[in-house]
Design a binder for this molecule. Structure first.
Ligand code: ADP
Ligand code: MG
Length: 327
């Protein structure tokens, strides 16, 4: 058979068109907002397989809930609650997953000279920011010495023991970042190349937004609808810790959810700290750490952490950038 070249081309085009009608291109962004770990979370991903995309959105939500069930201090049956209940009486065996996160927390506690310390909760449990409740001066005095990461003994075979009765731990400064990181790992394992997962102040980006960077905003610490900066980011993590998420004000003092382990009280020099880096578990924990350290110590500390950068907003509304960000 002999085809005229233009007829062939028309034929090809109509064949392609009809194929397109039979199976319309399904590649698209898929999105799911959901509540977890006491905060708003969100996942957005690109896939060419609609059904896989839907499944993966739900898998991310389930992963958050799984970690919440393991690590929430508000769920009586969580491993963390059982640890808080039993570990002062003797060694408690926990899951390898929780044990490894406790190891990461211990590592940062040592590195930060105790600015990051999950045993802050030994005093922290007395605060209720919704009901304007704080520990009395007497409670602070008697309980402050219970805050010390050295009281948390990580033993062999995933066993943990608390050195004293009254020690409590809380993973609020690291668990959300960990969950965000886990969720991104799950998506990457399934072949996803472009995704964003965020929970509270912790965000992790996988790849870019198909040809352009993702844009992540830093909230204004005093005007909840405003932003102070928008950062173009690819394949990285960003976490913000602020004094405006959970707080109450009494007699002019702002009592908020980040505590200085040395005093058991909220530091006041900064309004927010944002940390950028390769993984969300670290950026989450580091943002809390820098908030406790304050501007001067925090800046010196982050300059020593290869791959991590920070943006500080002081109580005087001044912005400070670590050297990798300053142009
Ligand atoms: P958010 O929870 O709003 O994302 P952060 O990442 O800064 O903010 O975490 C704050 C949480 O970290 C607190 O709610 C508390 O659970 C925990 N936390 C507070 N102070 C410390 C500290 N010194 N070391 C470790 N964790 C802390
Ligand atoms: Mg944090």
């Amino acid at each position: 058979m002999i085809f005229n070249i233009s007829a062939l081309r028309t034929g090809l085009i109509s064949l392609l068109l009809s194929l397109a009608l039979i199976s319309p291109v399904k590649a698209q962004w898929q999105r799911l907002p959901f509540q977890t770990m006491g905060t708003q979370a969100y996942v957005e991903l690109w896939t060419e397989d609609n059904n896989l995309g839907k499944d993966l959105l739900l898998a991310v939500q389930n992963e958050f809930e799984r970690i919440n069930q393991l690590m929430s201090p508000y769920i009586d049956s969580s491993e963390l609650s059982l640890l808080n209940l039993e570990a002062a009486n003797g060694p408690v065996t926990i899951s390898a997953e929780l044990y490894q996160l406790l190891q990461q927390a211990e590592q940062l506690a040592k590195l930060s000279d105790g600015a990051f310390d999950i045993s802050f909760a030994s005093v922290g449990f007395n605060y209720d920011y919704r009901q304007n409740i704080k520990p009395s001066a007497e409670q602070l005095n008697t309980q402050r010495s219970l805050i010390n990461y050295r009281h948390i003994q990580l033993l062999a075979d995933n066993q943990v023991k608390f050195a004293r009765p009254g020690v409590k731990i809380d993973l609020g400064g690291i668990a959300k970042g960990y969950a965000v990181e886990q969720a991104i790992g799950l998506l990457a394992d399934q072949g996803i190349k472009h995704a964003l997962v965020t929970a509270g102040g912790d965000t992790r980006l996988l790849g870019d937004k198909r040809g352009r960077p993702w844009q992540v905003a830093i909230k204004h610490p005093r005007k909840s609808d405003d932003i102070v900066a928008q950062l173009p980011l690819t394949n990285s993590a960003i976490s913000t810790s602020g004094d405006y998420e959970r707080f109450f004000i009494e007699d002019g003092v702002r009592y908020h959810h980040i505590l200085d382990p040395k005093s058991g009280q909220s530091p006041s020099g900064l309004m927010s700290v944002t940390v950028l880096g390769p993984d969300a578990t670290r950026t989450d924990a580091l943002s809390t750490t820098l908030f406790v350290m304050g501007l001067e110590r925090g800046m010196a500390f982050i300059e020593q952490q290869a791959e991590f950068e920070a943006i500080f907003i002081s109580s005087e509304h001044q912005l400070y950038f670590s050297s990798g960000l300053a142009q």
